[in-house]
Structures are given as structure tokens and as C-alpha cells.
Design a protein around this ligand. Structure first.
Ligand code: ZN
Length: 160
């Protein structure tokens, strides 16, 4: 069978960024299982997987617009260090969830200098062109419940 809307596909992937730096390698871990056609993956990847079959291998380069978008300068903010008085330990690279007008946003501290903390709410892969090597392992029809929920259940998916 082919990957199409409302199928569940399992695949391995190796992800590198513009600079060839390895970001993720599922071949060394668990493969990814997802429900196709429900925006569970970046759009460039869903498009590339459409109509692929079990055993297919391919490589694809996905621009930021079809991945995690461009970086947005406004999502980088300087915060006075006193705002973190309640935090025991503060360090560059620290991740936490910030409550903003737009809801909860995962952010990372990119710099601590003097009394100022630079907080970046961009997705870590925003602005990056992504290179994937993919191998399709298996494809099955989704269950009615999975389609209703918009995600995969069981191995590699939601348990509830
Ligand atoms: Zn569910």
C-alpha cells in the first residue's frame, strides 16, 4: 500500500542541517510512526512521503518555509535577570516554557550578560534548510479512532 491520507506510516530518518551537522538519527533509535494527512509532520515532509511505499528510500532537502519557518527577530527578547529570581540555576542553553500573550511558548536562554538574559522563542530549527534521508518501514490503514483523534495510537504513538 502507499502512504496517503489516513494511513499510518513508520519510517527511519536521518536529519542534517545546512551545515551538514547531524541533528537527529532515528536509525540508532526508534523509528517514527505517524498518521499521514493530519499535519503531524512538517509540511515538506508530509508532501515528500505522499505515495511512497514500504521499503522506499529517498533523500529530500526542505526549505524553512516548508519546515519550521523563518526566524522571527521579535521572538528574541532581553529580560532583566531579576525576572528569574525564583529560579535556582540559570545557564545558557537552558530551556523552559514562557507564558506570553500568545500562550505558552518553549524558549531557550541564549545569553546571560551582566543583568540581562537573552531569551529566544524561535523553534531551534527555524530558518534552517533541512536535509532528510528516509527509509519507509511499514504502512497500515489508520483506525477510525486514530483518524478521529488526528494521531497514532499504540507503539510509537499516544497511549490513552
Ligand atoms: Zn488519541
Amino acid at each position: 500500500m502507499k502512504i496517503s491520507k489516513d494511513t499510518v506510516a513508520t519510517f527511519h530518518y536521518r536529519l542534517t542541517a545546512d551545515d551538514e551537522l547531524l541533528i537527529e538519527d532515528s536509525f540508532k533509535n526508534e523509528p517514527l510512526t505517524y498518521l499521514h494527512g493530519h499535519q503531524n509532520l512538517i509540511i515538506g515532509m508530509e508532501n515528500a512521503l505522499e505515495n511512497k511505499r514500504e521499503g522506499d528510500k529517498f533523500s529530500i532537502t526542505i526549505p524553512p518555509e516548508e519546515a519550521y519557518g523563518q526566524r522571527i527577530d521579535e521572538m528574541v527578547q532581553l529580560v532583566p535577570i531579576t525576572a528569574f529570581d525564583a529560579v535556582d540555576e540559570l545557564f545558557e542553553g537552558m530551556r523552559f516554557t514562557a507564558t506570553t500573550d500568545a500562550g505558552d511558548v518553549p524558549v531557550v536562554i541564549t545569553q546571560i550578560e551582566n543583568d540581562q538574559v537573552t531569551v529566544d522563542g524561535n523553534h531551534p530549527l527555524a530558518g534552517q534548510t533541512l536535509n532528510f534521508s528516509v527509509e519507509i518501514l511499514s504502512i497500515r490503514p489508520a483506525t477510525a479512532e486514530e483518524i478521529e483523534h488526528g494521531h497514532v495510537h499504540g507503539a510509537g504513538g499516544h497511549h490513552h
